[in-house]
Design a protein around this ligand. Structure first.
Ligand SMILES: NC(=O)c1ccc[n+]([C@@H]2O[C@H](COP(=O)([O-])OP(=O)(O)OC[C@H]3O[C@@H](n4cnc5c(N)ncnc54)[C@H](O)[C@@H]3O)[C@@H](O)[C@H]2O)c1
Ligand SMILES: [Zn+2]
Length: 681
């Protein structure tokens, strides 16, 4: 059963270059079989996958018999297993002292045998099943880093073994090009290298970014082989063959582990992928003494890096609320060992990503954790999707505070609208409230806010105005003087402006400019609340097109449906209103600015003016505020709907446009008349 399963995956991997499962999963299966066979030696048959290498070639290429077999490597996955290997080696050799090993990066490509006769490349062959490989000489000749002629005095016969691989950069470029053409992408550089090398048309191979590193020998004829593996590699380099510069001689287990950790740290920076380290006994006489088992030498071992990708099941999806209120879907997973740690949660980033990857609860997914990056769901194994999966749905209420969740059309991120009251957003809302352009409370910085919130002294921004001297003095690193300074700054901030206050509330999409526009337009908080409440009703009206909703707020300069919606929802949240009321009770005040409009002097409602050029008696902002106080709208561009353009000195193109459209033009005197209630002419 297990055997057939493994054979199937061998075929997919070695013959088709199109595996169905990850290497880590495959390794688990193989280890299961090894354990089973170790318990029941009578079950071991000679052609069990544990006894064999790779798979028999599928045809299409000529066959090559390897006179020196091409074997696989024993694997180990942790320090203990490596220690056991080192112990076995020393026991077999009867050696006490530390063994000299050669540590080599384990390139993730495929094995290649190159045969040189009298210095000329005569054959290139794949490993196949270890004894019989494929003749891919024509393809091999297209790989630039493989010399067609050896340098120096060449032996009569020399078989060189090594790895063909695809450097990361080439792999990424190739996949990007394939994506552009709409072709199938390669899952990883190994499959890309294998698929490229085993093309029946060498032209295709030639176009692929393949490279080669030599790491060993096959048949050597009468060539006097040097006595150490490290010297062999040096000799190969002398013949002009590429040998990795990362290869090192190390001493004993400790030397191996040190090399492993060092290259593991640099793994992501290497220009090619490696999946571990290979250690080989350096002394070739010892290698011969140690010999082989069925499928691998006893003198070498591959120390694998922990898999960065593993499959597991999605048990559920939860939403985390970030400090700015953003909701992040997080998959709860059946715990899985990946990237060297056990992972039971992985981010799904946002709802667009959930949709793009098509993740459902109950799915089997590939979890990825590379380096120290937070684990993420890389992709779904849709072929393993059961019938009863559940879609992931964005909650309508914030899981932390229950406020409504708002997701703006066209935006990936959904957010909690309870900015002032959501515990997840506490620190951020206090920080923003106190910042210089908002309430400008000097001395209330991030670190202090962390302390105050963590100590439970502030829940919401109104808590700032309840802080006492005793509470402050009790804090870490807070002297009496700084406590007094802070209290004074808090006191000063009570007298503010409506625009600052609106900005300080931290309503999504409401920056300083919008806060100012809202303040100017409505003049008072009450007027804004009233408009927001009325506008909110338009949301439920099916007859109103989305872009025409919130008409009162949309009549504010530069406020479109997106901003209007955020403002309405924020204001409509009763608990946000409670905080605002508490702030006012605690003495936060500002002068209302548009008393005249509020009092009913709104004779310019429905009219739109555009200002251009420099006025003598008004700044641009003053002129604007004065017009808006009478209910007018001030726009920045001239159109057929413009009531009049008010032109000062050195007017710009707006004047020309007004003239072209036949829009009325007023000078500064005309503006005064208009503001004073006379008929402008
Ligand atoms: N996903 C699947 O379905 C599937 C199926 C079969 C095998 N596999 C994967 O293939 C691997 C096992 O197969 P394997 O026996 O081909 O090889 P291996 O990767 O375990 O080790 C042997 C190979 O390592 C390579 N190698 C790289 N650098 C080397 C160096 N410096 N010195 C010596 N050899 C070096 C050689 O090609 C050699 O043949 C595992 O990683 C397994 O997960 C996956
Ligand atoms: Zn919330």
């Amino acid at each position: 059963m297990l055997r057939t399963q493994i054979e199937h995956h061998n075929y997919r991997y070695y013959v088709l270059d199109d595996p169905e499962i990850s290497d880590a999963e495959y390794d688990v299966l193989l280890r299961e079989l090894q354990a089973l066979e170790a318990e029941h030696p009578e079950l071991v048959i000679p052609d069990s996958p544990t006894q064999r290498v790779g798979a028999k070639p599928a045809g299409g290429f000529g066959e090559v018999r390897h006179r020196v077999p091409m074997l696989s490597l024993e694997n180990c996955f942790d320090d203990d297993e490596l220690a056991a290997f080192d112990r076995r080696v020393r026991e077999r050799l009867g050696v006490e002292e530390a063994i000299g090993y050669v540590a080599e990066p384990k390139l993730d490509g495929l094995a290649l045998s190159l045969r040189y006769e009298d210095g000329h490349l005569v054959q290139g062959a794949t490993r196949g099943d270890g004894t019989t490989g494929e003749d891919i000489t024509q393809n091999v000749r297209t790989i630039a880093s493989i010399p067609l002629r050896l340098r120096g005095k060449a032996p009569k016969v020399l078989e060189v073994r090594g790895e063909v691989y695809m450097p990361r950069a080439g792999f990424e470029r190739m996949n990007a090009e394939a994506a552009e053409r709409g072709d199938k992408l390669f899952a990883n550089p190994r499959n890309a290298a294998a698929g490229s090398l085993r093309q029946l048309d060498p032209q295709i191979t030639a176009a692929r970014p393949l490279a080669f590193y030599a790491y060993g020998l096959g048949e050597t004829g009468d060539w006097p082989v040097p006595p150490r593996h490290s010297a062999v590699l040096e000799a190969l380099r002398g013949f002009g063959l590429p040998v990795s510069r990362e290869i090192r001689c190390v001493e004993g287990l400790d030397g191996c582990l040190e090399y492993y950790r060092d290259i593991g740290r640099r793994r992501a920076e290497l220009p090619y992928e490696i999946d571990g380290v290979v250690y080989k006994v350096d002394n070739l006489a010892w290698q011969a003494e140690l010999g082989f088992v069925a499928r691998a030498p006893r003198f070498a071992i591959a120390h694998k890096f922990p898999a960065e990708e593993m499959p597991t099941r999605v048990l559920g999806v939860e939403f985390q609320v970030g400090r700015t209120g953003a909701l992040t879907p997080v998959a709860r997973l059946e715990p899985v060992f990946v990237g060297g740690v056990t992972v039971s949660n992985a981010t799904l980033h946002n709802m667009d990503e959930v949709a793009r990857k098509d993740v459902r609860v109950g799915d089997t997914v590939i979890v990825r954790r590379a380096g120290d990056v937070i684990p993420e769901v890389a992709r779904v194994l849709t072929e393993r999707r059961p019938a009863d999966t559940q879609p992931v749905e964005l909650p309508t209420a914030c899981p932390v505070c229950g406020s409504e969740v708002v997701r703006v059309e066209g935006e990936a991120v959904a957010r909690c609208s309870g900015g002032l009251i959501c515990p997840a957003q506490r620190k951020e809302s206090v920080r923003h409230f106190a910042s210089r352009r908002a309430m400008d409370i000097e001395g209330l910085g991030e670190k202090l806010i962390d302390q105050l919130v963590d100590a439970g002294l502030i829940d919401h921004v109104d808590g700032i105005y309840r802080l006492t001297r005793d509470q402050l003095v009790g804090l870490d690193r807070m002297g009496e003087k700084s406590a007094d300074n802070l209290l004074a700054a808090i006191e000063r901030s009570r007298h503010t402006e409506l625009a600052r206050f609106l900005y300080a509330l931290g309503i999504r999409e409401v920056g300083e400019a919008t806060a100012r526009a809202l303040a100017r337009h409505f003049g008072s908080l009450e007027a804004l609340v009233e408009a927001a409440e009325a506008d909110l009703l338009t949301e439920r009206d099916e007859d109103i097109k989305p872009k025409d909703r919130y008409p009162r707020l949309q009549s504010v300069e530069d406020v479109g449906p997106v901003v209007a919606r955020q403002v309405c929802h924020f204001i409509a949240e009763p608990r946000n209103r409670n905080v605002i009321a508490a702030l006012r009770d605690l003495g936060v005040v500002w002068p209302d600015i548009a008393d005249r409009a509020v009092a009913g002097d709104s004779r310019l409602v429905g009219k739109t003016y555009v200002l251009t050029g420099t006025l003598e008696g008004f700044s641009r902002d003053q002129a604007k505020a004065a017009l808006e106080a009478l209910g007018a709208r001030v726009s920045s561009s001239v159109s057929g709907k413009t009531t009049a353009v008010i032109a000062g000195a050195d007017p710009g193109s707006k004047l020309a446009k007004a003239e072209k459209l036949g829009v009325q033009v007023l000078d500064e005197a005309g503006l005064r008349t208009l503001l004073e209630g006379g008929e402008a002419s």
